[in-house]
Design a binder for this molecule. Structure first.
Ligand code: NIG
Ligand code: ZN
Length: 404
């Protein structure tokens, strides 16, 4: 099997470069962890093929997929809640009676770090098998300092043991834990004064996130969390405008949010604030689908405003128990009318920007060799059909981890 230092050559391949499909069929060469040549097949200099391992021809090359919003580390199952929703209970009603996120909190608190790792590994392997090379993993089901750190340690360990880049996000402000019932400001104090500093001290968090919603935290409370994050030098993101329009996105944009996620109820003020701040709109069709939402995110207005749109799985036990990134490409198109190119850019270049990794998720000479090659004829087919098994080859940091 070739190793990372070999030169590898693909011929006559269609390339989606992270933003668009290149007009010509291409030749691509990698060496070590980087792409060293990318040229139209018609201009390919055959001498460059010397000393290259031939990796095949035809098919489609994309950057490795970037899943920029997941909650992969959790205990328990919410199948019963799924059934309750089918019988008419809403996500908010279930949350208000102590189910929903809090039911996962109970199971996650009970699980050891090793147990959470054992449970999360196959979920992440499923994403990797569908082309993911960079993934974000949030905490948010611990809601004590120790349990949040436990989740983040699991996320870091997953990144150490599997061929994927893991970016971690502290989501202490995901739900109000029962022991702080009627004391939500005290819980926000705990996040600001203990949780964020502890996560920073252990190097466990790459960003800080909040759930700004009536069933979670107010705009003012989320702002306090962002102030603490800023004081510790951490970038911020927000679950905002998912179930109602509270204005959390505009506030997050004032703190330079990397992204605002869900945003079904986002209004023009919020869109303008995002454009101004350079925030990415993270579109989560899995949650929209699972919760049978009806309010569409304002795709056309985001497009007109030039706000970059990312697409992610939101893989989690409640609102999006869906662990298949390419399914999200399909849902983003069918539910929200993204074009297949927009959906793919959302899970490559724009997904990377939503993680503060602008420049990743692209194919060009000099780019890192995080690459997927798919057994399809055109990039749009990745969004058009929902069909496991099309990943022919996957390179992570130049190492071939799938195919041959
Ligand atoms: N919206 C809030 N948080 C998660 C849901 C988590 C859950 O239901 O367990 C989300 O992104 O959809
Ligand atoms: Zn989420």
């Amino acid at each position: 099997m070739p190793n990372a230092t070999d030169r590898r050559l693909w011929r006559d391949i269609s390339v989606f470069d992270g933003l668009r499909t290149l007009p010509n069929r291409m030749a691509v060469i990698t060496e070590g962890a980087h792409i060293i040549a990318l040229s139209p097949m018609s201009e390919f200099d055959e001498q460059l093929a010397d000393n290259c391992t031939e990796m095949g021809s035809r098919g489609v090359m994309t950057p490795g997929l970037v899943d920029c919003h997941t909650h992969l580390v959790f205990g328990g199952s919410r199948a019963e809640e799924f059934e309750a929703r089918l019988e008419g209970a809403s996500y908010e009603e279930i949350a208000k009676r102590g189910g929903g996120i809090l039911s996962t909190v109970r199971a996650t608190r009970e699980a050891s770090e090793d147990e959470l790792l054992r449970l999360a590994k196959p979920r992440l392997e499923a994403l990797i098998a569908d082309g993911v090379t960079t993934v974000e993993i949030k905490s948010g089901y611990g809601l004590t300092v120790e349990d949040e750190l436990k989740m983040l340690r699991v996320a870091r360990r997953l990144g150490d043991m599997l061929p994927v880049k893991v970016v971690t996000t502290l989501l202490g402000a995901h739900a109000l834990p029962p022991e702080y019932k009627d004391d939500s400001d005290d819980y926000i104090n705990l996040i600001c004064k203990e949780m964020i500093p502890a996560a920073v001290a252990e190097g466990l968090a790459d960003a800080v996130d909040v759930f700004c919603e009536k069933i979670a935290f107010s705009v003012e409370q989320c702002e306090r969390v962002f102030e603490a994050a800023e004081a510790h030098g951490l970038p911020i993101k927000a679950h905002a405008e998912q179930l109602s329009n509270l204005g959390g996105t505009a506030m997050a944009a004032r703190y330079g949010a990397l992204s605002a996620d869900h945003i079904e109820y986002l209004d023009d003020t919020g869109i303008a604030a995002m454009r101004e701040a350079g925030s990415v709109a993270v579109i989560l069709p899995g949650a929209f689908h699972t919760l049978r939402e009806t309010q569409q995110p304002p795709i056309a207005s985001l497009r007109t405003a030039g706000v970059p749109m990312a697409v992610a799985t939101d893989a989690n036990p409640g609102s999006s128990p869906l662990f298949m990134p390419t399914l999200m490409l399909n849902l983003a198109c069918t539910l929200f009318r993204l074009t297949p190119q927009e959906a793919l850019a959302g899970m490559t270049a724009h997904g990377a920007t939503a993680l503060g990794l602008a420049g990743k998720g692209l194919i060009h000479e000099g780019a890192e060799a995080d690459i997927c090659v798919w057994d399809i004829d055109a990039p749009a087919e990745l969004a058009y059909a929902v069909q496991p098994g099309r990943l022919r080859q996957r390179l992570f940091q130049g190492v071939l981890t799938h195919g041959n």
